[in-house]
Design a protein around this ligand. Sequence first.
Ligand code: MEV
Length: 331
Amino acid sequence: MSGEPIPPGSLPLAARAPGKCILFGEHAVVHGRPELVLAIDLPVQVGVQSAVRSSLNRDFEATERHPYFRAALKQLWADGPPIEVRVQSRVPRAAGLGSSAAFSAALAATLSSARGGISRAGLAERAFAVERAAQGVGSPGDTAASVAGGYVSLNGPGGEVLSEYTDGNQSWTARRVHDPSWSWVVAYSGLPRSTADAVRAVGERLKRSDGPELLDRFARVAESGIRAVVAEDREAVGTLLDENQLLLAEVGVSHPQLEKLLRAARPTILGGKLTGAGAGGSVVVLPLPGRELDAARRMARAGGLPFVVRPESEGASLVARPVEPAAPTDE
Ligand code: MEV
């Protein structure tokens, strides 16, 4: 398992981690099936320094109110002194683009550095532990990609092993997948959604008699999708994105606004699907070569908030300059 470790450091520290979009296999990955996740160039940055009382963006109740902050402090900073955490994010929240995974990965990187440093695989485990504790359900796909950067498969074809996980009777292996150097377009529908609710609803749907067969179909599409990305076969990837979208609609997590965005982009893309938990959130499309901006414009006109995204190859890392210390207040 490779990747630069997170070196030891002392507060104040800052770290950055990328958001993500899922290209194939969301939901089915929770049940151990293959997934392909891409870390994208929309980062979350956190700055951490010692303080008299712990806070998140000057919210002193955040340890009560913010489940990811609470989970990170409990899991990674037990008995640690109070800390002030500042977050700056380019990832819209609750949009299916990995804001919570990137926050968990970046915060875990700073806290792990302050506690003596950690290997990259260890950081991936810690970021997943934070997300899992905060969310109660889910797979390590989002945090694995945010920590490793680039294209990452879970339980699917791929090269080098990046990290491994076991949770109850489920296990996952994250592997590096070849980057074909494509641009993608994601678009947020403006409808926030809860990952945990969507994961539970799909879990219920999969208990019906056709559940195992549905999971097999998800697995076949994701495996073929990963192989098509590795082969740099854009046409095949487009077709498989569309097939994956039909399966996601079948398990009940598409939404009329997501379908509208996909329809609007259609003349400029090879294929597309919702990305993340669905039931709102975002879509991802693979544009025809050179049509990225056309696809983005069409989805903006249909009411979406589009981003042309590229892979972020670096993954979670410490950044040299901590964010500005907070201005003094009367508190
Ligand atoms: C959420 O980004 C992806 C899901 O598959 C849940 C998970 O894997 O944790 C829906």
